[in-house]
Design a binder for this molecule. Sequence first.
Ligand code: G3P
Length: 219
Amino acid sequence: MTQSTIIINFKTYAESTGENAVKLAKICDDVAKETGADIRVAVQAVDVFRIAKEVSIPVYGQHCDDITAGAHTGFILPEALKEAGAKGSLVNHSEHKIPHDKVEAVVKRLKELGLATCICAVDDDEASKVDVFNPDFVAVEPPELIGGNISVSTARPELIKHSVDSVKNSKLLVGAGVKNANDVRIGLQLGAHGVLLASGITKAKDPRAVLLDLVSGTK
Ligand code: G3P
């Protein structure tokens, strides 16, 4: 059986920015070491460098641009993400969508640099369209459930099933509202490889306890 993957998206929550992001990433790192789970963190580009120095789990950026070195003020250069210590990047998150031709181009650039890619999709239809770019992961997250308390596993199990059929080249992650072991268990039982989540960890009073619970859902 292949090992499931849990990616924690730190977004731009105060609880997961700057020094708080380092603390949270260290908790994720500790839990990964203790349990052997495959836990990765997707952090703000400005936090990649300091976090990558402190943890051994893979650190991803949350976005990357299809640019080459030169005059592109404010954009994120794939090479810079790599040099900062990132091992991969999310692309096309529903809070940072880009046209599919750009998704294809940036995934190609990231792959050339040996960086992992996780393309987000809002549904199974978009998932099948981005799966052809051969990323490592496709993460399906219904936008209306993002940041809420009802998980994709509870509210949209059929979306997970359809996404399993749509994603042929990549590992399928599911997300939105994922908070506990049961959410993870259902997603995996329906055929997903893992989960992508944010607020369940970033806003938790005890992120370590929640993370341990999520990991128990993968066993
Ligand atoms: O990228 C993860 C995400 O959009 C889901 O957010 O807060 O519902 O776990 P959340």
